[in-house]
Design a protein around this ligand. Structure first.
Ligand SMILES: Cc1cc2nc3c(=O)[nH]c(=O)nc-3n(C[C@H](O)[C@H](O)[C@H](O)COP(=O)(O)OP(=O)(O)OC[C@H]3O[C@@H](n4cnc5c(N)ncnc54)[C@H](O)[C@@H]3O)c2cc1C
Length: 336
């Protein structure tokens, strides 16, 4: 019997595996696909958010600020690139200033270090390619960028070297309660017994939760599409530039990547299909229209690829990290 059976080898499952590997115990990770980092963790903006966006008082806000502070040391330990390039949330209209101030206050309440509102020549000097309509911005010096695959893979490798077993092509389809644990069954006919189970199945975390626990959970995939530009465009901005967030999240951003490319996106659209990662003509059109609001003269003729990912959105918008029932833990709704 395992002490812990973790379901899902995305960044959440692998970070949990790495942490648990520091303790004595038998741990495995069951992953339905052929490798680690094949779900949402492979298709995102790679931003280590400063923490002003998450609503004050939520678990997401608390862990965002703490995770950001930890990332420098974690990246060093894992030997992966991490750049604390800072971020700007820009306001493109005087009428949006109360909203910018509200976001700033939220960030201060969350304890984001060094946060301030910048405008005028200071702002233009920081980022010469900001659109002419930008009137002010929140500057967060602790914002950073990372390579999402390198983070996920390094966490997994470190966990593996410290004794965690990774089992691939292991899609969990049934979970049965046992005295003192659970039997986790996979589609290929194998069963794994664990004293405890951790559900880190991303957009499928509701299905895994509902196999074992009640009341039921619902995770809605919130699709985000991107365009990646060539390294020739990588220095168009040096910080991560966000527009003010809307009801569907943080808005379209323009950011350098740790590899020197420029990334623009994502869109945000709730969909039904948990495998719906195709890019669309409408989505890419929306990115082109929206990224120009914050940053001018983006060389869109340098686009080298496009891709999409699915945020695991739970209706309350917070992380669900808790013991759902005796020995069964959810790590769900990890939308950002
Ligand atoms: C458009 C977009 C932009 C984002 N930008 C950022 C950002 O800039 N910064 C940030 O911090 N976050 C961002 N995120 C969010 C970030 O990507 C997620 O928070 C993170 O990847 C979630 O990781 P996870 O391990 O919980 O889920 P996943 O990476 O999806 O991992 C879940 C794993 O579970 C496996 N699985 C599912 N069902 C089963 C099953 N039945 N049996 C076995 N295995 C199963 C899957 O195959 C998958 O490998 C963004 C997300 C999107 C979509």
């Amino acid at each position: 019997m395992y002490d812990v059976v973790i379901i899902g080898a995305g960044v959440s499952g692998c970070a949990i595996a790495r942490e648990l590997a520091k303790y004595r115990g038998r741990i495995c990770v069951l992953e339905r696909s052929e490798d680690v980092c094949t779900g949402t963790s492979k298709a995102n903006s790679g931003i280590i958010h400063a923490g002003h966006d998450a609503r004050h008082g939520t678990m997401k806000a608390r862990l965002n600020v703490r995770g950001n502070a930890m990332m420098g040391e974690t990246a060093k330990e894992l030997d992966i690139p991490f750049i604390r390039n800072g971020s700007l949330v820009v306001c493109t209209d005087e009428q949006q200033m109360p909203e910018l101030k509200r976001l700033y206050e939220n960030g201060i309440a969350n304890g984001v270090p060094g946060l301030r509102i910048v405008s005028g020549s200071e702002l233009r000097q920081m980022e010469p390619h900001l659109s002419d309509t930008v009137v002010a911005a929140i500057y967060a010096p602790t914002g950073g960028i990372i390579c999402p695959f390198e983070l996920n893979i390094a966490l997994a490798e470190n966990a593996c070297m410290n004794g965690v077993e990774f089992l691939f092509h292991a899609k969990v389809d049934r979970i049965r309660r046992l005295p003192g644990g659970y039997e986790v069954h996979t589609e290929s006919g194998q069963s794994y017994e664990g004293r405890t189970v951790v559900n880190a199945a991303g957009v499928y975390a509701d299905q895994i939760h509902n196999l074992a626990c009640s009341p039921p959970m619902e995770i809605v995939p919130r699709k985000g599409e991107y365009m990646l530009l060539d390294k020739a465009a990588g220095s168009h901005v040096s910080r991560t530039i966000f527009t003010l967030p809307g009801p569907y999240g943080k808005g379209v951003l323009v950011t350098p990547t740790v590899h020197g490319n420029l990334l623009v996106g994502p869109t945000a659209l709730d969909i039904q299909d948990k495998e719906g990662i195709q890019t669309t003509r409408e989505g890419l059109k929306k990115i082109k229209e929206q990224c120009g609001r914050a940053v001018k003269d983006i060389p869109m003729n340098q686009v080298i690829t496009s891709f999409a990912g699915l945020r695991a959105h739970e209706k309350d918008g917070d992380f669900i990290i808790r013991e759902a029932q005796d020995g069964f833990y959810d790590c769900a709704g990890i939308a950002s």
